[in-house]
Design a protein around this ligand. Sequence first.
Ligand SMILES: [Zn+2]
Length: 294
Amino acid sequence: MKIIYSPECAGYEMPGHPESPRRVLASAELLKQKPRHQFVAAQPCVEADVLRAHSKRLLETVRSGDFQEPDTPSLPGIFGHALRSAGAAIHAAELAWKGEPVFSLMRPPGHHATKEQMMGFCYFNCIAIAVARLLEAKDGPKRVAIMDFDCHHGNGTQDIFYKHERVLYVSLHQYPCYPGTGLESAFNAHNYPVAPHTEEKFYLEVFDKALGEARKFGPDLIAVSAGFDAYRRDPITQMGLEIGTFAKLGQRLAALKRPMFAVLEGGYSSKLPKCIDAFLDGWELGVVPKETEE
Ligand SMILES: [Zn+2]
């Protein structure tokens, strides 16, 4: 599989923040041990790409660095980092549309960033920027389904594409939990809130229902907001998934048999690399790893 990655994305940090550089560094190290993965360098997107999903005001705010959001801090170079993460998502989407499975292993994440607002560790909404660009492309997809299995509701993605006729947004997320949205479904947004401590068996039942929604929509491209914070040992959530559950999600998404790309959203435990690895193995090889946890 192609992995879009640039080690530069580890170049910002707020000490003590769960969204740390270690997440991607350790994940890249593990995935590089598998010769079938091909790493491709991430490039920043241009401002016009950002403006398909966000207001000029948000773009200028992130550029200026003049903002105070406790969990989405203004850090040196963050504008460039946000552009590069979104650029990686675009590249992933374009390669996927040509028929290759692609994973974007970048930070910052994106699915909480709304049209007007950065929040929840997210500055620009990478997956929305990527999907919006592809929808405009000549010979691009007609309909895109965004599947979001991050433990948190992707309020930003829902906001940006709300009522969009060519985009379906489907999310499974813990509720109650940050950001407190995603309790109901409306128009093109299909939300499946699940209770804290939900375990694999029930989660997969709900996931299969959610996939049915995507199938009905008839997308010609699947975009996945891949967050791994529903893992049972994640430090900021309270869900009950195993590492192997992510392989099963990968298998199920691959069974849709559509061009597909995924971008990294959340996932804050030390097992993030193994969760990603399991997801990619399930997706590409149809394999579920033996549980190797101590
Ligand atoms: Zn999350």
